[in-house]
Design a protein around this ligand. Structure first.
Ligand SMILES: [Cu+2]
Length: 561
Protein backbone atom coordinates (compact mmCIF):
# COMPACT_ATOMS: atom_id res chain seq x y z
CA UNK A 1 0.00 0.00 0.00
CA UNK A 2 1.33 3.40 -0.97
CA UNK A 3 0.23 6.22 1.28
CA UNK A 4 -1.74 9.15 -0.02
CA UNK A 5 1.22 11.32 0.81
CA UNK A 6 3.56 9.27 -1.36
CA UNK A 7 1.08 9.32 -4.19
CA UNK A 8 0.92 13.05 -3.84
CA UNK A 9 4.66 13.28 -4.01
CA UNK A 10 4.75 11.13 -7.12
CA UNK A 11 2.07 13.15 -8.80
CA UNK A 12 3.73 16.40 -8.03
CA UNK A 13 7.26 15.54 -9.01
CA UNK A 14 7.40 16.41 -12.65
CA UNK A 15 10.51 18.50 -13.16
CA UNK A 16 11.12 20.71 -16.15
CA UNK A 17 14.55 22.03 -15.26
CA UNK A 18 15.96 24.90 -17.26
CA UNK A 19 19.61 25.89 -17.40
CA UNK A 20 20.82 29.43 -17.92
CA UNK A 21 24.54 28.74 -17.65
CA UNK A 22 25.31 32.15 -16.16
CA UNK A 23 22.83 32.86 -13.40
CA UNK A 24 20.81 30.92 -10.88
CA UNK A 25 18.99 28.03 -12.51
CA UNK A 26 15.35 28.06 -11.63
CA UNK A 27 13.00 25.16 -12.26
CA UNK A 28 9.36 24.94 -13.19
CA UNK A 29 7.02 22.42 -11.65
CA UNK A 30 5.43 21.79 -8.28
CA UNK A 31 7.80 20.31 -5.71
CA UNK A 32 7.17 19.43 -2.10
CA UNK A 33 9.29 21.31 0.45
CA UNK A 34 11.35 19.32 2.95
CA UNK A 35 9.92 19.45 6.43
CA UNK A 36 11.37 18.62 9.84
CA UNK A 37 9.06 17.83 12.73
CA UNK A 38 10.24 18.97 16.18
CA UNK A 39 7.63 18.08 18.78
CA UNK A 40 4.48 19.94 17.82
CA UNK A 41 6.33 22.16 15.35
CA UNK A 42 6.63 21.71 11.60
CA UNK A 43 9.82 23.46 10.52
CA UNK A 44 10.47 24.70 6.99
CA UNK A 45 13.33 26.69 5.45
CA UNK A 46 12.29 28.78 2.48
CA UNK A 47 15.19 30.23 0.54
CA UNK A 48 14.09 32.86 -1.98
CA UNK A 49 16.30 33.53 -4.98
CA UNK A 50 16.03 35.42 -8.21
CA UNK A 51 16.79 33.50 -11.35
CA UNK A 52 16.16 32.90 -14.99
CA UNK A 53 13.74 30.25 -16.12
CA UNK A 54 12.84 29.23 -19.61
CA UNK A 55 9.12 29.18 -20.46
CA UNK A 56 8.43 27.73 -23.90
CA UNK A 57 10.85 29.56 -26.19
CA UNK A 58 11.18 32.60 -23.93
CA UNK A 59 13.26 33.40 -20.87
CA UNK A 60 11.85 35.03 -17.81
CA UNK A 61 13.26 36.54 -14.65
CA UNK A 62 11.59 35.10 -11.61
CA UNK A 63 11.45 35.37 -7.86
CA UNK A 64 11.90 31.76 -6.87
CA UNK A 65 10.88 30.65 -3.38
CA UNK A 66 12.62 27.31 -2.93
CA UNK A 67 14.22 27.79 -6.36
CA UNK A 68 11.08 26.87 -8.30
CA UNK A 69 7.98 28.33 -9.88
CA UNK A 70 5.52 27.90 -8.34
CA UNK A 71 7.22 27.84 -4.93
CA UNK A 72 7.27 24.47 -3.18
CA UNK A 73 4.25 22.97 -1.48
CA UNK A 74 4.29 23.62 2.26
CA UNK A 75 2.14 21.25 4.26
CA UNK A 76 1.01 22.03 7.80
CA UNK A 77 -1.23 20.30 10.29
CA UNK A 78 -4.13 21.81 12.18
CA UNK A 79 -3.34 21.92 15.92
CA UNK A 80 0.44 22.06 15.43
CA UNK A 81 2.76 25.06 15.05
CA UNK A 82 4.24 26.41 11.85
CA UNK A 83 7.90 27.48 11.99
CA UNK A 84 8.98 28.81 8.61
CA UNK A 85 12.31 30.57 8.22
CA UNK A 86 12.49 32.74 5.11
CA UNK A 87 15.93 33.61 3.71
CA UNK A 88 16.17 36.45 1.22
CA UNK A 89 18.95 35.67 -1.25
CA UNK A 90 17.73 38.25 -3.76
CA UNK A 91 18.91 41.85 -4.10
CA UNK A 92 15.49 43.33 -3.26
CA UNK A 93 13.40 43.51 -0.09
CA UNK A 94 10.78 40.74 0.02
CA UNK A 95 7.93 39.51 2.19
CA UNK A 96 5.75 36.41 2.38
CA UNK A 97 2.04 36.70 3.08
CA UNK A 98 0.08 33.59 4.13
CA UNK A 99 -3.15 34.03 2.23
CA UNK A 100 -6.29 33.12 4.18
CA UNK A 101 -4.39 32.12 7.29
CA UNK A 102 -5.53 33.16 10.76
CA UNK A 103 -2.34 34.29 12.52
CA UNK A 104 -0.83 37.02 14.70
CA UNK A 105 -0.72 40.34 12.85
CA UNK A 106 3.09 40.54 13.03
CA UNK A 107 3.36 37.31 10.96
CA UNK A 108 1.06 38.47 8.15
CA UNK A 109 3.83 39.56 5.79
CA UNK A 110 2.54 42.92 4.63
CA UNK A 111 5.65 45.10 4.43
CA UNK A 112 5.77 48.16 6.72
CA UNK A 113 2.20 47.51 7.92
CA UNK A 114 2.77 44.32 9.93
CA UNK A 115 6.59 44.00 9.88
CA UNK A 116 9.47 45.49 7.90
CA UNK A 117 10.23 43.71 4.62
CA UNK A 118 13.04 41.16 4.71
CA UNK A 119 16.14 42.96 3.38
CA UNK A 120 18.53 41.39 0.87
CA UNK A 121 20.62 38.84 2.74
CA UNK A 122 18.22 38.91 5.67
CA UNK A 123 15.91 36.31 7.15
CA UNK A 124 12.64 36.20 9.05
CA UNK A 125 11.13 33.50 11.23
CA UNK A 126 7.41 33.03 10.83
CA UNK A 127 5.73 31.27 13.76
CA UNK A 128 2.05 30.70 14.29
CA UNK A 129 -0.30 28.13 15.76
CA UNK A 130 -2.20 26.39 12.97
CA UNK A 131 -5.89 26.88 13.75
CA UNK A 132 -7.55 25.82 10.51
CA UNK A 133 -7.41 23.27 7.67
CA UNK A 134 -7.63 23.45 3.92
CA UNK A 135 -6.18 24.77 0.69
CA UNK A 136 -4.28 28.08 0.83
CA UNK A 137 -1.25 29.72 -0.74
CA UNK A 138 1.55 32.10 0.06
CA UNK A 139 2.88 34.98 -1.98
CA UNK A 140 4.98 38.11 -1.79
CA UNK A 141 3.24 41.31 -0.75
CA UNK A 142 6.07 43.55 -1.94
CA UNK A 143 5.58 45.60 -5.10
CA UNK A 144 4.79 43.44 -8.12
CA UNK A 145 6.89 40.39 -7.13
CA UNK A 146 3.84 38.14 -7.17
CA UNK A 147 3.60 38.58 -10.95
CA UNK A 148 7.19 37.35 -11.26
CA UNK A 149 6.57 33.90 -9.79
CA UNK A 150 6.63 34.62 -6.07
CA UNK A 151 3.82 32.30 -4.96
CA UNK A 152 3.34 28.72 -3.84
CA UNK A 153 0.70 26.39 -2.35
CA UNK A 154 0.07 25.90 1.36
CA UNK A 155 -2.01 22.91 2.41
CA UNK A 156 -3.18 22.28 5.96
CA UNK A 157 -4.24 18.78 6.94
CA UNK A 158 -7.22 18.77 9.28
CA UNK A 159 -7.06 17.60 12.88
CA UNK A 160 -10.35 15.75 12.45
CA UNK A 161 -11.65 13.34 9.87
CA UNK A 162 -12.77 14.93 6.66
CA UNK A 163 -16.45 14.75 5.65
CA UNK A 164 -15.57 13.07 2.33
CA UNK A 165 -13.15 10.43 1.10
CA UNK A 166 -10.82 10.08 -1.85
CA UNK A 167 -7.97 7.93 -3.05
CA UNK A 168 -5.52 10.52 -4.37
CA UNK A 169 -5.15 14.22 -4.36
CA UNK A 170 -3.46 16.77 -6.57
CA UNK A 171 -2.74 20.41 -6.00
CA UNK A 172 -3.42 22.51 -9.11
CA UNK A 173 -1.79 25.93 -9.01
CA UNK A 174 -3.00 28.25 -11.77
CA UNK A 175 -0.99 31.35 -12.64
CA UNK A 176 -0.19 33.86 -15.36
CA UNK A 177 3.30 34.62 -16.63
CA UNK A 178 4.57 37.38 -18.88
CA UNK A 179 8.05 37.81 -20.37
CA UNK A 180 7.66 41.55 -19.72
CA UNK A 181 8.85 42.88 -16.42
CA UNK A 182 5.84 43.55 -14.16
CA UNK A 183 6.87 47.21 -14.00
CA UNK A 184 6.69 47.38 -17.78
CA UNK A 185 3.15 45.92 -17.64
CA UNK A 186 2.21 48.53 -15.05
CA UNK A 187 3.62 51.35 -17.18
CA UNK A 188 1.79 50.12 -20.28
CA UNK A 189 -1.52 49.94 -18.40
CA UNK A 190 -1.01 53.46 -17.09
CA UNK A 191 -0.30 54.72 -20.60
CA UNK A 192 -3.15 52.89 -22.31
CA UNK A 193 -5.44 50.76 -20.16
CA UNK A 194 -6.64 48.62 -23.09
CA UNK A 195 -3.07 47.93 -24.26
CA UNK A 196 -3.38 44.16 -23.82
CA UNK A 197 -6.91 43.78 -25.14
CA UNK A 198 -7.14 42.45 -28.67
CA UNK A 199 -10.85 41.79 -28.75
CA UNK A 200 -11.84 45.24 -29.95
CA UNK A 201 -15.22 45.32 -31.63
CA UNK A 202 -15.21 45.90 -35.38
CA UNK A 203 -17.61 47.39 -37.90
CA UNK A 204 -18.69 43.81 -38.66
CA UNK A 205 -19.62 43.33 -35.04
CA UNK A 206 -21.61 46.55 -35.13
CA UNK A 207 -23.51 45.39 -38.21
CA UNK A 208 -24.24 42.04 -36.62
CA UNK A 209 -25.36 43.83 -33.50
CA UNK A 210 -27.54 46.18 -35.58
CA UNK A 211 -29.24 43.19 -37.24
CA UNK A 212 -30.24 41.95 -33.82
CA UNK A 213 -31.24 45.14 -32.07
CA UNK A 214 -31.69 47.68 -34.85
CA UNK A 215 -29.08 50.11 -36.06
CA UNK A 216 -29.97 53.09 -33.88
CA UNK A 217 -30.10 51.04 -30.76
CA UNK A 218 -26.80 49.41 -31.59
CA UNK A 219 -25.22 52.80 -32.24
CA UNK A 220 -26.61 54.27 -29.04
CA UNK A 221 -25.22 51.32 -27.15
CA UNK A 222 -21.75 51.83 -28.64
CA UNK A 223 -21.92 55.54 -27.93
CA UNK A 224 -22.80 54.84 -24.32
CA UNK A 225 -19.65 52.76 -23.93
CA UNK A 226 -17.52 55.30 -25.77
CA UNK A 227 -18.79 58.10 -23.55
CA UNK A 228 -17.82 56.05 -20.52
CA UNK A 229 -14.37 55.71 -22.15
CA UNK A 230 -14.76 51.96 -21.96
CA UNK A 231 -15.36 49.07 -24.20
CA UNK A 232 -17.81 46.20 -23.77
CA UNK A 233 -14.81 43.91 -24.23
CA UNK A 234 -13.15 45.17 -21.03
CA UNK A 235 -13.17 41.84 -19.27
CA UNK A 236 -9.57 41.46 -18.10
CA UNK A 237 -6.90 44.19 -18.12
CA UNK A 238 -3.95 41.94 -18.93
CA UNK A 239 -4.61 39.11 -21.35
CA UNK A 240 -3.25 36.17 -23.31
CA UNK A 241 -1.66 38.68 -25.69
CA UNK A 242 1.27 38.74 -23.23
CA UNK A 243 0.42 36.02 -20.72
CA UNK A 244 1.31 32.36 -20.83
CA UNK A 245 -1.08 30.59 -18.46
CA UNK A 246 0.56 27.99 -16.25
CA UNK A 247 -0.74 24.91 -14.45
CA UNK A 248 1.68 23.91 -11.69
CA UNK A 249 4.30 25.90 -13.58
CA UNK A 250 3.72 24.10 -16.88
CA UNK A 251 2.63 25.62 -20.16
CA UNK A 252 -0.43 24.24 -22.00
CA UNK A 253 1.93 22.47 -24.46
CA UNK A 254 3.81 20.73 -21.64
CA UNK A 255 0.45 19.40 -20.45
CA UNK A 256 0.88 18.78 -16.70
CA UNK A 257 -0.56 15.34 -16.04
CA UNK A 258 -2.22 13.78 -12.99
CA UNK A 259 -2.53 10.00 -12.87
CA UNK A 260 -5.64 8.07 -11.78
CA UNK A 261 -7.00 4.54 -11.86
CA UNK A 262 -10.52 4.35 -13.31
CA UNK A 263 -13.13 4.37 -10.56
CA UNK A 264 -10.94 6.21 -8.06
CA UNK A 265 -12.12 9.35 -6.38
CA UNK A 266 -9.62 12.14 -6.95
CA UNK A 267 -9.43 15.35 -4.98
CA UNK A 268 -8.21 18.38 -6.90
CA UNK A 269 -7.22 21.47 -4.96
CA UNK A 270 -7.49 24.41 -7.38
CA UNK A 271 -5.58 27.54 -6.38
CA UNK A 272 -5.77 30.71 -8.46
CA UNK A 273 -2.32 32.18 -7.78
CA UNK A 274 -2.39 34.47 -10.81
CA UNK A 275 -1.79 38.21 -10.71
CA UNK A 276 -4.69 39.29 -12.93
CA UNK A 277 -6.56 36.31 -14.38
CA UNK A 278 -9.96 34.87 -13.60
CA UNK A 279 -10.01 31.22 -14.68
CA UNK A 280 -13.05 29.23 -15.83
CA UNK A 281 -12.20 25.65 -14.91
CA UNK A 282 -13.78 22.59 -16.54
CA UNK A 283 -12.96 18.93 -17.03
CA UNK A 284 -15.13 18.03 -20.03
CA UNK A 285 -16.74 14.64 -19.45
CA UNK A 286 -16.47 14.83 -15.66
CA UNK A 287 -18.64 16.57 -13.15
CA UNK A 288 -16.86 18.19 -10.23
CA UNK A 289 -18.18 17.92 -6.71
CA UNK A 290 -17.20 21.11 -4.89
CA UNK A 291 -16.36 20.22 -1.27
CA UNK A 292 -14.43 23.26 -0.05
CA UNK A 293 -14.29 26.97 -0.89
CA UNK A 294 -11.29 29.10 0.15
CA UNK A 295 -10.09 26.12 2.17
CA UNK A 296 -13.16 25.38 4.26
CA UNK A 297 -15.76 22.66 3.79
CA UNK A 298 -19.03 23.40 2.08
CA UNK A 299 -22.08 21.26 1.47
CA UNK A 300 -21.10 19.31 -1.66
CA UNK A 301 -22.33 20.83 -4.94
CA UNK A 302 -22.08 19.04 -8.30
CA UNK A 303 -21.08 21.38 -11.11
CA UNK A 304 -19.46 21.26 -14.54
CA UNK A 305 -17.60 24.56 -14.41
CA UNK A 306 -16.19 26.90 -11.78
CA UNK A 307 -15.11 30.48 -12.25
CA UNK A 308 -12.19 30.98 -9.87
CA UNK A 309 -11.41 34.60 -9.07
CA UNK A 310 -7.84 35.66 -8.42
CA UNK A 311 -6.72 34.24 -5.02
CA UNK A 312 -9.80 32.02 -4.60
CA UNK A 313 -9.45 28.27 -4.05
CA UNK A 314 -11.88 25.43 -4.64
CA UNK A 315 -11.47 21.78 -3.71
CA UNK A 316 -13.37 19.36 -5.90
CA UNK A 317 -13.78 15.60 -6.10
CA UNK A 318 -13.96 13.91 -9.47
CA UNK A 319 -14.50 10.28 -10.30
CA UNK A 320 -13.13 9.39 -13.74
CA UNK A 321 -14.54 5.98 -14.65
CA UNK A 322 -13.11 5.42 -18.10
CA UNK A 323 -9.59 4.37 -19.07
CA UNK A 324 -8.99 7.59 -20.99
CA UNK A 325 -7.45 11.03 -20.75
CA UNK A 326 -9.58 13.92 -19.47
CA UNK A 327 -8.52 17.51 -20.09
CA UNK A 328 -8.37 19.95 -17.19
CA UNK A 329 -8.88 23.30 -18.86
CA UNK A 330 -8.69 26.66 -17.12
CA UNK A 331 -9.68 29.31 -19.64
CA UNK A 332 -8.96 32.96 -18.95
CA UNK A 333 -12.33 34.66 -18.44
CA UNK A 334 -11.87 36.74 -21.62
CA UNK A 335 -10.99 33.58 -23.62
CA UNK A 336 -7.60 35.02 -24.64
CA UNK A 337 -5.83 31.86 -23.54
CA UNK A 338 -5.85 28.94 -21.15
CA UNK A 339 -3.91 26.81 -18.75
CA UNK A 340 -4.24 23.14 -19.45
CA UNK A 341 -3.44 19.76 -17.98
CA UNK A 342 -4.62 16.17 -18.20
CA UNK A 343 -6.07 13.58 -15.88
CA UNK A 344 -4.93 10.26 -17.33
CA UNK A 345 -4.53 6.59 -16.41
CA UNK A 346 -0.94 6.66 -17.78
CA UNK A 347 1.71 9.35 -18.34
CA UNK A 348 2.04 10.71 -21.88
CA UNK A 349 -1.65 10.72 -22.73
CA UNK A 350 -3.40 13.83 -24.02
CA UNK A 351 -7.06 14.63 -23.60
CA UNK A 352 -9.02 16.44 -26.32
CA UNK A 353 -9.17 20.23 -26.16
CA UNK A 354 -12.71 21.58 -26.05
CA UNK A 355 -13.57 24.11 -28.78
CA UNK A 356 -12.62 27.70 -28.06
CA UNK A 357 -15.53 29.75 -26.82
CA UNK A 358 -16.27 33.27 -28.05
CA UNK A 359 -14.97 36.15 -25.94
CA UNK A 360 -17.68 37.55 -23.67
CA UNK A 361 -19.14 40.97 -24.34
CA UNK A 362 -20.87 42.98 -21.68
CA UNK A 363 -24.35 43.75 -22.99
CA UNK A 364 -26.73 46.48 -21.97
CA UNK A 365 -28.79 43.77 -20.36
CA UNK A 366 -26.09 41.86 -18.56
CA UNK A 367 -26.94 43.48 -15.25
CA UNK A 368 -30.50 42.23 -15.31
CA UNK A 369 -29.63 39.00 -17.04
CA UNK A 370 -30.80 35.87 -15.27
CA UNK A 371 -31.93 37.85 -12.28
CA UNK A 372 -34.74 36.07 -10.53
CA UNK A 373 -36.68 37.40 -7.59
CA UNK A 374 -36.60 35.02 -4.69
CA UNK A 375 -38.95 35.10 -1.79
CA UNK A 376 -35.92 35.81 0.33
CA UNK A 377 -33.56 38.35 -1.16
CA UNK A 378 -30.17 37.31 0.26
CA UNK A 379 -28.98 40.92 -0.05
CA UNK A 380 -31.96 42.45 1.76
CA UNK A 381 -29.83 43.30 4.79
CA UNK A 382 -27.21 45.09 2.72
CA UNK A 383 -28.25 48.72 2.82
CA UNK A 384 -26.52 51.01 0.34
CA UNK A 385 -26.19 54.76 0.73
CA UNK A 386 -28.08 56.41 -2.15
CA UNK A 387 -25.81 59.09 -3.67
CA UNK A 388 -24.67 61.63 -4.30
CA UNK A 389 -21.29 59.98 -4.18
CA UNK A 390 -17.98 61.84 -3.75
CA UNK A 391 -16.04 59.74 -6.27
CA UNK A 392 -15.37 62.56 -8.77
CA UNK A 393 -12.93 61.62 -11.55
CA UNK A 394 -11.91 58.42 -9.74
CA UNK A 395 -15.09 56.82 -11.10
CA UNK A 396 -15.99 56.53 -14.79
CA UNK A 397 -19.47 55.53 -13.83
CA UNK A 398 -21.77 55.16 -10.85
CA UNK A 399 -24.19 52.28 -10.49
CA UNK A 400 -27.36 53.76 -9.01
CA UNK A 401 -29.13 50.49 -8.36
CA UNK A 402 -26.59 47.74 -7.69
CA UNK A 403 -28.08 44.30 -8.02
CA UNK A 404 -27.76 41.20 -5.88
CA UNK A 405 -26.22 38.67 -8.30
CA UNK A 406 -25.29 35.78 -6.02
CA UNK A 407 -27.29 33.37 -8.18
CA UNK A 408 -25.63 34.52 -11.41
CA UNK A 409 -22.79 32.67 -13.09
CA UNK A 410 -20.97 35.77 -14.34
CA UNK A 411 -20.18 37.46 -17.61
CA UNK A 412 -19.60 35.12 -20.55
CA UNK A 413 -21.05 32.05 -18.80
CA UNK A 414 -24.74 33.06 -18.98
CA UNK A 415 -25.36 30.79 -21.94
CA UNK A 416 -23.32 27.82 -20.78
CA UNK A 417 -25.37 24.68 -21.26
CA UNK A 418 -24.05 23.06 -18.14
CA UNK A 419 -23.95 23.66 -14.40
CA UNK A 420 -21.75 26.58 -13.35
CA UNK A 421 -21.06 27.18 -9.67
CA UNK A 422 -22.58 30.31 -8.12
CA UNK A 423 -22.00 31.90 -4.70
CA UNK A 424 -25.65 31.19 -3.94
CA UNK A 425 -24.81 27.48 -3.75
CA UNK A 426 -22.08 27.74 -1.13
CA UNK A 427 -23.29 26.55 2.27
CA UNK A 428 -20.85 25.99 5.10
CA UNK A 429 -20.80 22.72 7.01
CA UNK A 430 -19.93 24.59 10.18
CA UNK A 431 -22.55 26.50 12.14
CA UNK A 432 -21.57 29.92 13.50
CA UNK A 433 -24.14 31.20 15.99
CA UNK A 434 -22.83 34.78 15.97
CA UNK A 435 -24.01 35.12 12.38
CA UNK A 436 -27.64 35.36 13.51
CA UNK A 437 -26.89 38.51 15.50
CA UNK A 438 -27.39 42.04 14.24
CA UNK A 439 -24.15 43.71 13.22
CA UNK A 440 -22.50 46.20 15.58
CA UNK A 441 -21.30 48.28 12.66
CA UNK A 442 -22.00 48.58 8.94
CA UNK A 443 -19.36 49.66 6.44
CA UNK A 444 -19.99 50.24 2.76
CA UNK A 445 -17.14 49.58 0.36
CA UNK A 446 -17.66 51.18 -3.05
CA UNK A 447 -15.29 49.97 -5.75
CA UNK A 448 -14.58 52.58 -8.40
CA UNK A 449 -12.32 52.86 -11.41
CA UNK A 450 -11.08 55.35 -13.94
CA UNK A 451 -10.10 53.11 -16.84
CA UNK A 452 -8.34 55.73 -18.91
CA UNK A 453 -6.03 56.78 -16.10
CA UNK A 454 -5.96 53.27 -14.63
CA UNK A 455 -6.89 54.51 -11.16
CA UNK A 456 -8.74 52.12 -8.84
CA UNK A 457 -10.25 52.93 -5.46
CA UNK A 458 -12.00 51.38 -2.48
CA UNK A 459 -14.23 54.13 -1.12
CA UNK A 460 -15.49 53.41 2.38
CA UNK A 461 -18.63 54.94 3.91
CA UNK A 462 -19.02 54.33 7.63
CA UNK A 463 -22.50 55.85 7.94
CA UNK A 464 -21.10 59.33 8.50
CA UNK A 465 -18.19 60.07 6.21
CA UNK A 466 -16.35 58.84 3.15
CA UNK A 467 -12.68 57.92 2.74
CA UNK A 468 -10.53 56.37 0.07
CA UNK A 469 -6.93 57.06 1.09
CA UNK A 470 -5.11 53.78 1.87
CA UNK A 471 -3.21 55.56 4.68
CA UNK A 472 -6.55 56.38 6.34
CA UNK A 473 -7.23 53.22 8.37
CA UNK A 474 -10.75 51.88 8.75
CA UNK A 475 -11.12 51.41 12.50
CA UNK A 476 -13.34 48.84 14.19
CA UNK A 477 -13.34 47.59 17.77
CA UNK A 478 -12.17 44.14 18.75
CA UNK A 479 -15.08 41.76 19.12
CA UNK A 480 -17.47 43.73 16.93
CA UNK A 481 -19.54 42.01 14.29
CA UNK A 482 -18.96 44.16 11.22
CA UNK A 483 -21.18 44.00 8.17
CA UNK A 484 -19.42 45.05 4.98
CA UNK A 485 -21.56 45.94 1.97
CA UNK A 486 -19.66 45.94 -1.31
CA UNK A 487 -20.85 47.85 -4.38
CA UNK A 488 -18.97 47.50 -7.65
CA UNK A 489 -19.32 50.65 -9.75
CA UNK A 490 -16.84 49.48 -12.39
CA UNK A 491 -17.09 47.44 -15.57
CA UNK A 492 -14.82 44.75 -14.17
CA UNK A 493 -15.12 42.10 -11.53
CA UNK A 494 -12.91 42.55 -8.46
CA UNK A 495 -11.81 39.79 -6.05
CA UNK A 496 -11.55 41.56 -2.70
CA UNK A 497 -9.39 39.96 -0.02
CA UNK A 498 -9.39 40.64 3.71
CA UNK A 499 -6.36 39.52 5.72
CA UNK A 500 -6.54 37.98 9.17
CA UNK A 501 -10.27 37.26 9.47
CA UNK A 502 -12.91 35.38 7.51
CA UNK A 503 -15.66 37.13 5.60
CA UNK A 504 -18.94 35.26 6.00
CA UNK A 505 -20.81 35.67 2.74
CA UNK A 506 -24.45 36.62 3.36
CA UNK A 507 -26.03 34.41 0.73
CA UNK A 508 -29.18 33.39 2.58
CA UNK A 509 -27.77 30.52 4.68
CA UNK A 510 -27.59 32.61 7.88
CA UNK A 511 -25.46 30.78 10.46
CA UNK A 512 -24.24 28.43 7.71
CA UNK A 513 -22.88 31.29 5.60
CA UNK A 514 -19.68 30.19 3.86
CA UNK A 515 -16.46 31.66 5.27
CA UNK A 516 -14.27 33.16 2.56
CA UNK A 517 -11.10 35.21 2.52
CA UNK A 518 -11.65 36.47 -1.02
CA UNK A 519 -15.01 37.63 -2.35
CA UNK A 520 -15.59 38.25 -6.02
CA UNK A 521 -17.80 41.25 -6.71
CA UNK A 522 -19.21 41.34 -10.21
CA UNK A 523 -19.62 44.48 -12.27
CA UNK A 524 -22.72 46.33 -11.05
CA UNK A 525 -23.17 43.98 -8.11
CA UNK A 526 -23.78 44.47 -4.43
CA UNK A 527 -22.69 41.75 -2.02
CA UNK A 528 -22.44 41.74 1.73
CA UNK A 529 -20.39 39.84 4.27
CA UNK A 530 -20.11 39.71 8.04
CA UNK A 531 -16.72 39.82 9.76
CA UNK A 532 -16.17 39.01 13.41
CA UNK A 533 -13.38 41.45 14.25
CA UNK A 534 -11.63 39.17 16.71
CA UNK A 535 -8.01 39.68 15.57
CA UNK A 536 -6.31 42.88 16.74
CA UNK A 537 -3.94 44.61 14.38
CA UNK A 538 -3.64 46.16 10.96
CA UNK A 539 -5.16 44.00 8.26
CA UNK A 540 -4.73 44.67 4.57
CA UNK A 541 -8.04 44.77 2.69
CA UNK A 542 -7.65 44.98 -1.05
CA UNK A 543 -8.53 43.96 -4.57
CA UNK A 544 -6.39 40.92 -5.41
CA UNK A 545 -5.91 42.01 -9.02
CA UNK A 546 -2.28 42.97 -8.55
CA UNK A 547 -2.23 46.08 -10.73
CA UNK A 548 -5.50 47.32 -9.19
CA UNK A 549 -4.09 46.98 -5.70
CA UNK A 550 -0.89 48.66 -6.82
CA UNK A 551 -2.80 51.67 -8.18
CA UNK A 552 -4.95 52.31 -5.12
CA UNK A 553 -7.56 49.58 -4.63
CA UNK A 554 -6.34 48.86 -1.13
CA UNK A 555 -7.29 49.83 2.42
CA UNK A 556 -6.33 48.80 5.94
CA UNK A 557 -8.85 47.51 8.48
CA UNK A 558 -7.54 48.29 11.94
CA UNK A 559 -8.98 46.17 14.74
CA UNK A 560 -8.44 48.20 17.91
CA UNK A 561 -8.21 46.55 21.31
CU1 LIG B 1 -9.77 45.22 -8.86
Amino acid sequence: MISRRELLLMGLLSPFVSYTGWSYQGARGLYVADVVQKGDKLVYQLVVRKGKVRVGDQWGEFFLPGGTVPGPLLRLKEGMWAHIVIYNETDEPISVHWHGIILPNSMDGVPYLTAPPIPPGGSFKVEFPVQQYGTYFYHSHVGLQEQAGFYGPLIIDPAEREPFSYKREYVVVLSDWTPLSPHKVMALLKKQSNYFQNNRLTLMDLLKDAQQRGLWEALAFRLMWARMRMSPTDILDVTGSTYTYLMNGHTPQENWTAIFKPGERIRLRFINASAMTYFDVRIPGLSMKVVAADGLYVEPVEVDEIRIGVAERYDVIVEPKEEKAYTIIAEAMDRSGYARGTLAPRPGMTGPLPPTRTPPVRTSHSHEHHHHHHHMDPCQDCPVHKGPYPFGPTADMVVQNPVCMLDQVGVGLEDAEHRVLTYQQLRSLQRKDFLTKDPDRVLEVHLTGNMEKFIWRMWVYDGKSWSWDPTHFIKVRRGELVRIVFVNHTMMDHPVHLHGMFMYLRNGYDEYAPAKDTINIKSGEKVCVDVLADAPGYWAFHCHLLYHMHTGMMRVLEVVG
